[in-house]
Design a protein around this ligand. Structure first.
Ligand code: TXA
Ligand code: MG
Length: 355
């Protein structure tokens, strides 16, 4: 199959949406931009389309898909009950990077939800995504548009790398704004909990609903026995081809450790470094003796929002470099840092060096 990448503009948007919508209605898959990461869309109410999504991603079929809607009234059509918090959170954060989980009704096939009796739903904050959902009948199941285990795509080029020859159409909306996947909050049980941290934090949700929000124990995969409520959290994710080591601790210790490790780099054992902007120059100067071909240093930005935006792109770029090991600075665990830290430890497969 030939994969077409179409840059969506004000001029062609209506025409492109018509094509994308009819592909979805005929059971095909279309990749599209959202504000978080690119999604791999199919008809959420069709058994065959979800099977196609699992196959295209190489994803285990017990890992449920998020259903994307463009109208709040469409949410009511696919859930069994809507707790009052749903409207409060939608008013505050939709369209936006918040996914809410509910008890599903019979309209949603079990294949879409990996056999679960719940459905996770979100309304993305991206004009192309919203128009695409509407043109496709209102319910788009979409995981991130990467092959299973790879970093989520934040550019149409990333989708092309992973899905070339597998899907007919990629809608190119440029680089995404946020860069990490949506927050998932569970409203299907009495206790409201975060199943996956993201841009919308527990504190932001608590403020809106006036109730305590807990964090699912398995979120960071700390407890090996914990069964995550979001099945996707148990798989290794976002992984670059090289081994990734996350270096944590006091900043000065972290930098010294990174410099020590990188000073062993040779042309036969090249090392990659992921550093905050502010540290690149300092570390490079300390490592001036290392041959150029033995060391690849990439910046991940300084503030947490920048790191969220750059992280997956940098991880993918390292796949083009000849390095067998990458050492990365870590981030703090508060606010948006919690979500970024979660993605980093999972990309590193919990390979953490405490200094
Ligand atoms: O930002 C996002 O959410 C992106 C964009 C494309 O919208 N989508 C995304 O989908 O990240 P995906 O499939 O890569 O991750 C969905 C996560 C998985 O960990 C999955 O296990 C969980 O959501 N999930 C989906 N439905 C669920 C449900 N009913 N119960 C528990 N977890 C669910
Ligand atoms: Mg994903």
């Amino acid at each position: 199959m030939e994969t077409k990448v179409v840059k969506v503009t004000d001029k062609n948007i209506d025409e492109v949406m018509e094509e994308a919508g009819s592909l979805i209605k005929s059971g095909e898959l279309v990749a599209f931009p959202t504000e978080t990461v690119y999604g791999l869309g199919g008809d959420a109410l069709s058994v065959d389309s979800s099977a196609k999504i699992y196959a295209a991603k190489g994803r285990p079929s017990d890992n449920p898909l998020i259903v994307h809607v463009a109208d709040y009234s469409d949410l009511e059509k696919i859930v069994k009950e809507l707790p009052k918090e749903a409207k409060m959170l939608a008013d505050a954060f939709w369209p936006g990077p918040l996914t809410m989980r509910f008890k599903k009704n019979e309209k949603v096939p079990d294949t879409t939800t990996g056999g679960l009796d719940t459905v996770a739903v979100r309304m993305p904050n991206n004009e192309i995504a919203l128009k695409f959902i509407k043109a496709s009948g209102g319910f788009i199941a979409a995981p991130s548009a990467n092959r299973s285990g790879r970093p989520s795509p934040t550019l149409a080029e990333h989708v092309k790398e992973d899905m070339d020859g597998i899907i007919p159409l990629i809608l190119d909306g440029g680089q995404v704004g946020i860069g990490i996947e949506s927050t998932i909050v569970d409203l299907s049980e009495d206790e409201i909990s975060i199943l996956r941290p993201g841009y919308i934090t527990a504190e932001m949700i608590e403020k809106v609903i006036g109730r305590e929000v807990t964090l699912d124990a398995a979120v960071d995969g700390v407890s090996k026995d914990a069964h995550p409520k979001a099945p996707g959290m148990k798989y290794r994710h976002y992984a670059p081809k090289a081994e990734l080591v996350l270096v944590e601790g006091e900043e000065a210790h972290v930098l010294n450790t990174i410099i020590d490790k990188a000073s062993l780099a040779t042309v036969n054992n090249p090392v990659g470094l992921m550093l905050r902007d502010a540290h690149v120059k300092y570390v490079r100067e300390k490592l001036f003796k290392i041959p150029k071909d033995a060391l690849v240093i990439k910046s991940i930005g300084d503030k947490e929002a920048e790191i969220a935006h750059e992280l997956y792109k940098v991880l993918r770029e390292f796949d083009e470099e000849n390095v067998s090991i990458i050492y990365s600075e870590s981030v703090g665990n508060g606010g948006l840092g919690r979500a970024v830290h979660n993605r980093m430890i999972r990309a590193a497969g919990h390979n953490i060096l405490n200094t």
